[in-house]
Design a protein around this ligand. Structure first.
Ligand SMILES: Nc1ncnc2c1ncn2[C@@H]1O[C@H](COP(=O)(O)OP(=O)(O)OP(=O)(O)O)[C@@H](O)[C@H]1O
Ligand SMILES: [Mg+2]
Length: 392
């Protein structure tokens, strides 16, 4: 698939931008603060209905946007995505006014019909690789959970719905545990009320676990092959899932099925019942799990060199492209932000070659041409942010 037209209104620094984008490699060239990342962010928004970098989505609305058409200040992204069936997508992100109000409202239309965010996710597939991803291994577990959730949500509509229900159950269950802990209920008393929420938690949670393990197994197979070529050492790359519902790490390739995971999760809830009541929160489940990256048996988070970590992430990102292609039959759009400046020459060359091999729409940002390489330049279309000066 590829995004063939993109129109932005009051999105980040763009007051108004209308561009036609070709399929294949595109070099987005421009100086610092000229709107390169913002352009990629807008395309990523179409795929995930979220920003990849904003703490809150309302940050994307232009600072000076004014209320219009009876709406509070808003940013609009409209695009045509070329794929089987074709897709017109419009997202309006509203910045609700008022001091301290941080809620963001969104309005989404797909092929001119109003849709919920959850219905859009998965229709446009994109893989983003930017400087923030270089922290995937060493950053906090939330980053790795988010990575898995976003990747799987794009290929499995049931996953994104289950995730939403699971998150609601965690909130409900936490408030019950909290009020039980505040009132000093004895564990046995509160346990009866928790029964319903336990079952819901386990039912949704087991599905999330099973899908995460399945996706990790697929990613592992592809990423391992890519990584061996990239690292050139022949050492295996192994992804492990460290679950709070299980003692010891789970190997995705030998993972138990959904039913066995549900049983393990149920048992874990019983074991931790008194802890949960004391602390007033849900202590086990997919919302507390983590992923480990091992190369030659060595955990890359504490022991990997920065270069080793980069190779693993690069292999993982390319594996994500192949995973999406495999699951949907369509090449996702690839967004490579700042990688030509952040990766060393060898890995950069490998990535750009791999991208050209895959024949997909890929937007690569750079501040100058030198590091991009002749091969890529000769095949890429050029988009210069300086030609849009009047858009800001
Ligand atoms: N909500 C907003 N409204 C208006 N301008 C914004 C908003 N958010 C960010 N900007 C500005 O938009 C400009 C472009 O930012 P962007 O991150 O896209 O630049 P970039 O070309 O990727 O730069 P770099 O090469 O440094 O990564 C910056 O000057 C930034 O301060
Ligand atoms: Mg940038």
């Amino acid at each position: 698939m590829y995004c063939s037209t993109l129109s932005l209104t009051n999105f980040r620094n763009y007051r108004r931008l209308d561009v036609t984008l070709p399929n294949g490699p595109i070099l987005v060239l421009g100086g610092n603060a000229s709107g390169k990342t913002s352009l990629l962010e807008a395309i990523y928004f179409l795929a995930t209905t979220r920003s990849h970098r904003a703490g809150s989505d309302r940050e994307v609305v232009h600072w000076h946007a004014q209320p219009e058409y009876g709406l509070p200040p808003f940013a609009r992204i409209a695009a045509h995505v070329h794929k089987r069936g074709g897709l017109d997508v419009e997202i309006i992100v509203m910045r609700d006014g008022g001091e301290g109000v941080t809620t963001t409202r969104k309005r989404i239309r797909v092929n001119d019909r109003p849709r919920r965010a959850i219905d859009l996710i998965g229709q446009v597939n994109a893989v983003m690789f930017g400087p923030q991803d270089l922290d995937l291994i060493v950053g906090p577990p939330t980053l790795r959970r988010r990575y898995l959730d976003i990747t799987i949500s794009q290929i499995d509509p049931h996953y994104v719905r289950t995730l939403q229900m699971y998150q609601r159950v965690v909130l409900q269950r936490n408030s019950l545990l909290k009020s039980a802990s505040d009132r000093g209920l004895r564990p046995s008393g509160a346990a009866d009320q928790l029964l319903y929420w336990d079952e819901e938690l386990v039912r949704h949670g087991a599905y999330l676990l099973a899908r995460r393990l399945e996706a990790l197994a697929q990613l592992n197979t592809i990423a391992d092959a890519l990584h061996r070529r990239l690292a050139g050492t022949g050492e295996p790359l192994e992804l492990r899932y460290r679950s709070t519902v299980n003692d010891g790490d789970l190997l995705p390739s030998e993972a138990p099925g959904e039913e066995a995971l549900a049983e393990a999760f149920g048992r874990r809830l019983e074991q931790r019942r008194s802890d949960e009541l004391r602390r007033g929160m849900t202590l086990s489940g997919p919302h507390r799990d983590d992923v480990l990256f091992l190369v030659g048996g060595v955990d890359m988070a504490p022991y990997g060199s920065r270069g080793q970590q980069r190779s693993v992430i690069l292999a993982l990102k390319l594996a994500e492209v192949d995973l999406m292609l495999d699951a949907t039959g369509e090449m996702p759009i690839l967004l490579l932000d700042d990688v030509v400046s952040e990766l060393d020459p060898e890995r950069r060359r490998y990535l750009l070659e791999a991208v050209l091999e895959r024949r997909q729409q890929v937007l690569v940002t750079a501040t100058d041409l030198v590091p991009v390489g002749r091969e890529f330049l000769s095949r890429a279309s050029l988009l210069e942010t300086s030609s849009w000066k009047d858009c800001a």
